[in-house]
Design a protein around this ligand. Structure first.
Ligand code: DGJ
Length: 722
């Protein structure tokens, strides 16, 4: 078998041209993606659980094109459509060679080179396989030495094909204050597209991730599911084309919509990464694979901790001054928070930011509100032994700003057309390196002048319209969508290289920007401006499919809630916010004494379990989409401790609930049950089980009756192995 199969062993570096019929295997601990070269054409013969014997794939595997091209007999959507310098619209890609190496333990990188026999046009497919998390990261580059530019019309990061009896696609859609809703559809013949054409706020309506279940419906614990996510902060496209032969082609990458790209001789066109994992144990395993990968490779400081914080946005909005902030800082510190985050409204001198109509772009302190500057606020925090964080929205500008007065040409715009405002602001043109430098310096200077700043919330409150650039030449205006994304990632990288230890929160008018291209440079993300705990359960459930809890900012806010008007108990709000990186977004002076006592205790309790939430494996148990009760839990990888959450969404008189079951424990070990966050004067929902020990198999097979009564009741339970 070894003679006929090309596989990577240890750190051996291999580089070869394959004789016909050789297999190229990209493997992780439990999965394999296998290619074969036939008549110089690269074919995908298998993707699924790792096989004991792969020789059979020489003859019995699938025969899908690995990376399809336009103009050579294809009748479906293609991965690459290039028009060559002489006008030829077709490309043929012949296999040239393959290289496999191990850049670090646990990772293998396979590079497959393909070339057009007629043109000096080369394509390289990269597959980075992460052993532990069963995840493959794929990207592609194009390069040529044709005399004139080659125009690219389609440029997928990846193509994957399947043959299955059915295809069910779960995708994620939303809007402001209602992000990340899951819906499942059966794919029938034809094309289903999930995409974004918004540029900056790319995940506002749809998210660049999907769960594809094969051969039947997936559940949390069963079914063949491929989880996929594109690591790109701008326009994206995920395309699913099912043919009449029950085959499915998946293409994923930057959205080619209005984006044809002239690639000059010698330049390299690199696509973003497409991430995917194959699970035979339902979408629960997909999530755990993505979380494990993200904590180690996909997220900034994914294995550290996160600050608990008080954010003043919903407490004050734009209406604050020094005494008001001082008292919030003191209250936050008194309650036990580790950081105070100053939100929008602190800047703008000539055009003070007292509302959303002015000041964006002018990153100097608003002296009317903060006469003693940021240094004074930082000192208030230091004196109270907490850290200081600050809000910025550096990609944007208000027409009422000194920046716009000086550089009207720096905004994205179409010549001779009126600007289209949204939230009374415009988007800076990040295809322009000079503008990239300005955006970088805006953030860098704030951090350089105030080295004690420990946290930055990076906001982005509008999408791109009028997609034109005064920087790009006339015949490259269609590059704006792609160059914006690339420019943004350059800025993120430069800022993070200069400020490696500051924590950054990714925010976009709620969860309008959330992708693994950005998260490499961020510690956290803001899932939604909707802080209503009931709705957050659904938003957090959706986000948890792909993103780990250590990155998810969850804030307790006022009741009635500012977005929905719903009244919920403080305990419920804390119990929901304790699923991620805990914060608070309310005026502490509005809380009564009992609430303050509870909050103080809850923050302490959270500190004692956050390590489980941040590093544990997530098991979703009862879905909020399916009933009145929902539950989920985190279990440390060594299964010594776990934390379980249960919520009652709506109560019905006469409704009898079954015992609630647990997951992920060691069956023959005993676990002590300790209920947390019991509200002063209330009884434990776990009743007599509180403080008792039970075996893992009892907890997982029988479960415990949890007395949740009334709308928005909840319980948090810690399990500790005896
Ligand atoms: C939108 C964010 O999502 C909010 O949290 C807040 O920072 C506002 N922007 C400030 O303008």
């Amino acid at each position: 078998m070894l003679k006929r199969t090309f596989i990577l062993i240890g750190l051996v570096l291999s580089f070869c041209s394959l004789p016909a019929q050789e297999l190229i295997q990209i493997t992780t601990r439990n999965t394999a993606l296998v290619f074969r070269v036939a008549n110089q054409s690269l074919r995908q013969v298998y993707y699924g659980p790792r096989l004991a014997d792969t020789d059979v794939l020489q003859k019995q595997g699938n025969n899908f094109p690995a990376y399809s091209t336009y103009g050579m007999g294809e009748q479906n959507e293609v991965a690459l459509h290039a028009v060559h310098a002489d006008g030829n619209t077709s490309t043929l890609l012949n296999f040239e060679n393959v290289k496999q190496e191990s850049p670090e333990p646990g990772i293998t990188l396979t590079t497959i080179s393909l070339k057009d026999p007629l043109y000096p046009f080369q394509v390289k497919l990269f597959y980075k396989a992460y052993e532990e998390s069963d995840l493959i990261e794929q990207w592609t580059i194009y390069q040529h030495t044709e005399k004139k530019p080659v125009t690219l019309y389609q440029f997928a990061s990846a193509q994957l094909s399947f043959k299955s009896s059915s295809y069910r696609l779960t995708h994620f859609a939303g809007d402001w204050a209602g992000e990340c809703n899951m819906s499942e559809v059966e794919l029938t013949e034809g094309i289903k597209v999930i995409d974004s054409k918004l540029g900056t706020r790319a995940t506002f309506f749809a998210h660049p991730m999907c769960l594809l279940s094969l051969n039947g419906r997936m559940t949390e614990d069963n079914g063949e599911v491929i989880g996929m996510a594109l690591a790109w902060p701008a326009n994206f496209k995920l395309e699913f084309e099912k043919n009449n032969n029950q085959e499915l082609r998946v293409l994923a990458g930057m959205n080619p919509y209005a984006s044809h790209y002239k690639l000059k001789k010698g330049d390299v066109f690199q696509t973003p990464s497409f991430l995917y994992t194959y699970s035979t144990k339902g979408n629960g395993q997909v999530s755990r694979n993505f979380h494990r990968w993200a904590r180690k490779y996909g997220l900034r400081h994914g294995e550290n901790s996160r600050y608990t914080l008080m954010n003043n946005w919903e407490a004050t909005y734009f209406n604050f001054n020094e005494p008001k902030l001082k008292s919030i800082i003191e209250d936050a510190a008194g309650m036990g928070f580790e950081l105070f985050l100053l939100d929008d409204g602190w800047f703008g001198q000539k055009h003070p930011r007292n509302n959303d109509d002015a000041g964006l772009g002018d990153w100097v302190v608003n002296k009317e509100k903060l006469p003693n500057g940021l240094g004074w606020l930082v000192k208030q925090c230091t004196d109270n032994d907490i850290k200081f964080g600050i809000w910025v929205e550096p990609e944007m500008v208000n027409p009422q700003s000194e920046l716009f007065e000086k550089h009207p040409d720096w905004v994205i715009q179409q010549p001779e057309r009126e600007h289209i405002l949204f939230r009374r602001q415009l988007v800076l043109d990040l295809s322009n390196p000079e503008v990239q430098e300005f955006v970088y310096k805006s953030v860098h200077d704030i951090l350089k002048d105030n080295p004690q700043i420990a946290f930055v919330k990076w906001d982005c409150n509008r999408a791109v319209t009028n997609p034109g650039s005064t920087y790009l030449p006339a015949d490259e205006q269609s590059h704006i969508w792609i160059e914006y994304g690339r420019g943004l990632l350059n800025v993120f990288k430069k800022v993070r290289d200069s400020h490696p230890d500051v924590h950054f929160m990714l925010c976009s008018g709620g969860g309008g920007r959330l992708d693994y291209g950005s998260l490499r440079y961020f510690e956290e993300y803001w899932p939604s401006d909707n802080t209503d705990a009931l709705q957050r359960i659904l938003i957090q459930w959706g986000n948890s499919q792909f993103f780990p809890s250590i990155a998810m900012c969850c804030h307790v806010s006022a009741s009635p809630n500012h977005q929905t008007g719903r009244t919920t108990p403080l305990k419920f709000r804390f119990d929901v916010a304790m699923q991620g990186a805990l914060g608070m977004d309310l005026q502490p002076s509005t809380m009564n004494e009992k609430e303050v006592i509870f909050a103080k205790e809850a923050i302490k309790t959270y500190e004692s379990i956050r390590n489980i939430v941040f590093t544990g494996d997530l098991y979703r148990i009862l879905s909020p989409y399916e009933g009145n009760r929902t539950s989920m839990m985190y279990v440390l990888p060594d299964k010594s401790r776990a934390v379980f959450y249960a919520y009652q969404l709506k109560s019905h008189i006469g409704e009898v609930s079954a015992p609630m079951r647990f997951k992920g424990l060691i069956p023959d070990k005993k676990y002590n049950v300790k209920e947390l966050n019991i509200y002063p004067g209330s009884r434990a929902a776990t009743g007599s089980a509180n403080g008792q020990s039970f075996s893992g198999d009892f907890l997982m097979n029988q479960g415990l009756p949890i007395g949740l009564s009334g709308d928005y009741s909840s319980a948090v339970i810690e399990l500790e192995q005896q």
